[in-house]
Design a protein. Structure first.
Lengths: 169, 291
């Protein structure tokens, strides 16, 4: 149930993000709101449930981004695993830690997508590393709005009886 | 083997979730992306949400404006202040409406200039411009309104992009700034041929396949040539800038400032007819002005 629920939330966030970007800036800058779900999963879910939900979220991202399927699905699972690894080494707590992880994930996902697309795509459509400042700005803005998303996700967990902010083995 | 599989089943599942989509991506990376029925269903779900959020955001902004205006009015001496605020708000609304009317008038001029074509007017309701994906905007019209993949999308100034995918009540437009977008163009002054390819972010595009011996100079207006079987001929695309004529090589190197700023596009026309071979009078379009 949780992967399905979170992919619906991802759908909601991508829709919200598209409308917000249209109203504010018209695409001059970007956001990556659904990474908050991946961070939340890495903090609260166990390995298998979390990986399945991350893949479901990645699929939604793949569809909404309009690019080649599989790229963001794989990167979402990789981001989920990466955040779990970071959490093992570093104690990340509170809204500031959540925001930092969101910013890092947004940057990692976008930069990873550019890197993989550069490897796989035909020469004439390969993205340039000149996109990095745009990616960094998007990650920064995502980091700024992440605490609000954390609040919403904790509420959602409360509704469905999950225990927030606990790393499960 | 079975006991090993059982023992590491969780890790195997995670590895499959990680590697299988990656394999799918590498297998399909060189093909144009297409939406399946499931994908279209997912997109159909997001369109009403984007419309709804747009309405809510505009409503909240107007409410905040009204609240700020009211607080200001209380601080001033009663009636005159209130009246002034109300007039300011009214003026702001009128300016907004005048700008919208101007954009719509220019779209109408484009439609009237080529009456043989059929158009569908649409509004932009969402922007999907993550560096990790395609540069898309979402329109509030879809396959239910007769839109289909590949149809050209223009504003009153020139080319915005082409329809990438459609759902029932919405569609995604691949913008000319996307790196997968390549538009066949001519230099309006000399009729020299070239292509305009996006770079994946708002701003400049790249001048592609402009033969070095052709007469192209900075500032030249590029219009669609009609040879790509997507865009009708004569639509403004951009102006040449940063032109470099290297000593060697077959092609010129240069950038293109696109006529239509996609971050400001609000109302658009989708060319739904197949009559794409007729030259559009350049007087119908106003290069340099963005809706």
């Amino acid at each position: 149930v949780r992967p399905l629920l979170l992919s619906l939330v991802a759908l909601l966030l991508t829709g919200l993000q598209a409308a917000l970007l249209h109203q504010a800036g018209g695409g001059a800058f970007t956001l990556f709101l659904p990474v908050a779900l991946l961070v939340h999963l890495a903090i609260t879910a166990d390995l298998v449930d979390g990986a399945v939900a991350a893949a479901a979220i990645g699929y939604v991202l793949d569809v909404s981004s309009g690019g080649t399927k599989g790229l963001l699905t794989s990167l979402a699972v990789a981001a989920f695993l990466g955040i779990r690894v970071i959490r093992i080494g570093v104690e990340v707590q509170g809204w500031a830690g959540f925001a930092a992880l969101c910013g890092l994930s947004a940057f990692g996902l976008s930069a990873g997508a550019v890197a993989l697309t550069r490897l796989a795509a035909p020469l004439e459509v390969r993205p340039s590393w000149e996109l990095l400042p745009r990616i960094a700005l998007g990650a920064l803005l995502t980091m700024l709005v992440a605490p609000l998303l954390r609040l919403g996700l904790r509420r959602l967990d409360g509704i469905f009886g999950e225990r927030p902010s606990e790393l499960r083995p | 083997v079975l006991s090993l599989l059982r023992r590491y089943r969780e890790l195997i599942l995670v590895a499959v979730l990680l590697l299988f989509p990656l394999a799918v991506f590498f297998a399909n990376a060189k093909k144009p992306s297409q939406h399946s029925r499931v994908d279209r269903a997912v997109l159909t779900l997001t369109a009403p949400l984007e419309k709804g959020v747009g309405v809510v955001v505009v409503g909240v902004l107007e409410a905040v404006d009204g609240y700020v205006a009211l607080r200001g009015a209380h601080r001033r001496a009663a009636a005159v202040g209130k009246e002034n605020q109300a007039l300011q708000l009214e003026l702001q609304l009128l300016r907004h409406e005048a700008a919208e009317n101007d954009r719509l008038r220019r779209l109408l001029a484009v439609a009237e200039a080529a009456p043989a074509r059929s158009y569908t007017g649409a509004r932009v309701i969402g922007v999907r411009a993550e560096p990790s994906g395609l540069q898309l905007v979402t329109l509030d019209k879809g396959s239910d309104d007769g839109l289909s993949r590949g149809m050209p999308v223009i504003t009153g100034d020139g080319v915005l992009g082409r329809v990438h995918s459609t759902a029932g009540g919405s569609s995604d437009v691949l913008l000319a700034i996307d790196r997968n977008s390549s538009i066949a163009v001519r230099v309006e002054r000399t009729r020299a041929r070239a292509n305009v390819r996006g770079l994946g972010h708002p701003g400049l595009a790249r001048l592609d396949h402009a033969v070095r011996s052709e007469d192209v100079i900075e500032g030249d207006l590029l219009v669609t040539s009609g040879t790509d079987a997507i865009f009708p001929a004569g639509l403004p695309v951009g102006r040449v800038t940063r032109l470099q004529r290297a000593a060697h090589g077959l092609f010129l190197e240069g950038s293109v400032i696109l006529i239509v700023d996609p971050t400001r596009a609000e109302e658009v026309l989708v060319i739904t007819s197949g009559a794409r071979d007729r030259e559009l009078p350049s007087s119908a379009l106003a290069p340099g002005r963005t809706p």
